[in-house]
Design a protein around this ligand. Structure first.
Ligand SMILES: [Mg+2]
Length: 256
């Protein structure tokens, strides 16, 4: 503490009464330096149905592939934890679009989805921000962790959702891994780690068994949250299961 700093108790010393106290709080030790924490979006940072996303998804499929698909078709393939590219393939196969045609149109479909999203996002209700999300991200950063997104959302939608939720400052562009990077979520941890420039440890925070599987595939640990569609029993394969984001920084810190 510098000679000019005044501690909390200094008001009890003679001659300091009435002086404005400059309270000097200890800085948190960066105990998570070198740790990369990768956050899922839907069911983890944001809760509820991503209506604008799903609506843009099916409209883009119709525009690019010339087939009629519905929100119910997306729900039918069990989209939780899948990448947007994987969901698109499964939905389009059900609509009898051949794989070769899906492959040819995938880039156009991603661009169309990204293009349609903003206007639909403006007319559909937002997803709720998970309780404690901002505080958990702030606490992890304060402890020295690097933060990035690992989500099945295509990259433009992921950043748009974070910006709208007021969480965008936590997630630098050019970091993380997305549903636009690869069809398989299991391939995403190494992509995010490479973009982060290497990390001594990687932790995935997500809400589905597929988040756990992708952590395992990428040599990462996993904190599962029960704020999505899966309960603690369904998420038993995670290194830790918590009922919200409040405890995530403590859980991860406790592993060191
Ligand atoms: Mg999720």
């Amino acid at each position: 503490m510098s000679g000019n700093a005044v501690s909390r108790s200094s008001g009890l010393r003679p001659g300091t009464a009435g002086r404005r106290a400059a309270v000097s709080l200890p800085r948190p030790t960066p105990i998570l330096a070198g740790v990369l924490v990768l956050f899922d979006i839907d069911g983890t940072l944001l809760l509820g149905t991503p209506r604008a996303h799903t609506e843009a998804f099916v409209r883009a499929a119709g525009d690019v592939f010339g087939v009629v698909v519905t929100v119910a078709d997306v729900t039918a393939i069990g989209p939780a934890g899948r990448t947007d590219r994987e969901i698109a393939r499964l939905v389009l196969r059900r609509a009898r679009v051949p794989d070769a045609e899906i492959d040819r149109g995938m880039t156009s479909w991603i661009a169309r989805l990204a293009g349609l999203y903003p206007e639909l996002d403006a007319v559909h209700p937002s997803q709720a921000i998970a309780p404690g999300a901002d505080a958990a991200l702030t606490a992890l950063s304060a402890r020295g962790a690097s933060l990035a997104l690992l989500t099945g959302n295509i990259e433009p939608l992921a950043h748009a959702k974070m910006a709208r939720a007021g969480l965008g400052r936590h997630f630098a562009r050019g970091q993380g891994a997305f549903g636009s990077d690869h069809e398989s979520r299991d391939a995403l941890v190494p992509i995010a780690a490479r973009r982060a420039g290497g990390a001594t440890a990687v932790v995935v925070v997500g809400d589905t068994p597929r988040d756990i599987a992708c952590a395992r595939a990428g040599g990462a640990r996993c904190v599962a949250v029960t704020t999505g569609a899966f309960d603690a029993a369904a998420l038993h394969g995670a290194d830790a299961v918590v009922d919200g984001l409040d405890g995530v920084a403590e859980v991860i810190s406790g592993w060191l």
